[in-house]
Design a protein around this ligand. Structure first.
Ligand code: FES
Ligand SMILES: [Fe+2]
Length: 396
């Protein structure tokens, strides 16, 4: 993956073959490309399934669907977190949905094959009707699991860098927030946007749209246009609450209460909103009173599922409850604005008149994302959709 450093920009402006322009419109609405993106971009990356405290007790599980794949993570009796393909080894039925608890075994709803928490096949109804069945060879297929920043990640292909290593010092700067001690403030929710997942990711990789697109947020916080303290693969935006009281009551109340609600943080951090966007499809927002994650999952060409929820430290005060209410109020508004803006891009890209426009220096993190797309799927370089896609990966 290329660095997010500004040196990378110079290369872009000096090299006529790599102009700093947006991607061609066709890449945001193409079924074969969506399939390739799942195979080459999303499966070989770390995907959040849930928080470590979403599954605190033995047998607790959470599932994640990614294109045709489905994964479950589960808390084993020894406290470890295990991950499996959510697919029965008999005739392939999906085993679990959503989240819940399997106290003893994971049992298939079709013919009742059952699996221990460690994935081994323990029960086969009508066992005698399967002469020679090797139970040991029919355990659940494991998937790689990583825990970092309080989250449980899985990876379905390849060998990506461990999450904590990629985040590096960005994880260190989050230590005071105690992300791994947080608990879910609600179940994981999903929302379908009429937007290709890459349009949504492009949106979260730049703050250039904040003053115009998010007037409420801009009234309260300084936008961070030009943060250079990023690491390769993770863009960071840090916004500071303005001293001047907002003209809106809810925003003014937030400004007044936040200092008293987040006493676990150093004084300065109580006025700070942190936005992290990790390639290829993850956002983690860290506020003084809570944090959230959101994940952009393809739901067909031109559509995506935004999956996520919020988390906070256990225990609560009146101030904290009020501040969380206000944070959610502001974020709901920002989220609706982003959804609306991104849908307008999706619709605009369908016009035959559109040709890729120039990108600002402030949109440079998008370029790193687009470089990743071009490296893994060379067809991203083409001005129009090919009639046939190359079968193999070519080198960048
Ligand atoms: S498909 Fe699971 S038991 Fe038959
Ligand atoms: Fe936005």
């Amino acid at each position: 993956m290329n660095s997010l450093s500004t040196a990378h920009l110079d290369t872009v402006s000096d090299t006529p073959t790599r102009p700093a322009h947006a991607l061609p419109a066709w890449v945001y609405n193409h079924p074969e490309l969506t399939r390739l993106e799942i195979e080459r971009i999303l499966k070989p990356s770390w995907q959040i399934v849930c928080h470590v405290n979403s599954i605190p007790k033995p047998g607790d599980y959470e599932t994640l669907d990614l294109g045709p794949e489905s994964v479950l993570v589960l808390r084993d009796r020894d406290g470890s977190i295990r991950g499996y393909h959510n697919v029965c080894r008999h005739r392939g039925a999906r085993l679990l949905d959503g989240s819940g608890n399997c106290p003893a075994t994971i049992t298939c709803p079709y013919h009742g094959w059952s699996y221990r928490h460690d994935g081994s096949l323990i029960g086969v109804p009508m066992r005698d009707s399967f002469p020679g069945l090797d139970r040991a060879a029919h355990g659940l297929r494991p998937v790689r699991v990583d825990t970092a920043l309080g989250f449980v990640f899985v990876c379905l292909a390849g060998d990506p860098t461990p999450v904590a290593k990629t985040w590096g010092r960005l994880a260190e700067e989050l230590a005071a927030y105690r992300l791994d001690e947080m608990v879910p403030l609600g179940p994981i929710s999903t929302d379908v946007w009429n937007v290709d997942w890459k349009i949504a990711m492009d949106n979260y990789l730049e703050s250039y749209h904040v003053p115009i697109g998010h007037p409420g947020l801009y009234r309260m916080f300084t936008p961070d246009y030009d943060d250079t303290a990023t690491v390769p693969g993770v863009a960071r935006g840090v916004s500071w609450m303005r001293e001047q009281p907002s003209s809106r009551w809810s925003e003014r109340l937030y400004q007044k209460l936040i200092g008293r609600a987040a006493t676990h943080l150093p004084e300065a951090e109580r006025r700070c909103w942190r936005f992290y966007s990790a390639l290829p499809n993850l956002g983690i927002d860290v506020f003084p009173d809570q944090m959230d994650f959101f994940q952009l999952l393809p739901a067909g060409p031109g559509k995506c599922m935004v999956r996520g929820t919020t988390f906070g430290l256990p225990g609560t005060s009146r101030e904290l409850r009020a501040v969380r209410f206000l944070t959610n109020r502001i974020n709901t508004q920002v989220n609706n604005e982003d959804k609306w803006l991104c849908a307008r891009v999706q619709r605009g890209l369908a016009s035959s008149s559109y040709t890729p426009g120039p990108l600002s220096r402030l949109e440079r993190y998008m370029l790193e994302f687009h470089d990743l797309l071009r490296a893994r799927i060379p067809e991203f370089r083409l001005a129009s959709a090919p009639t046939q896609f190359a079968a193999a990966l070519s080198r960048d």
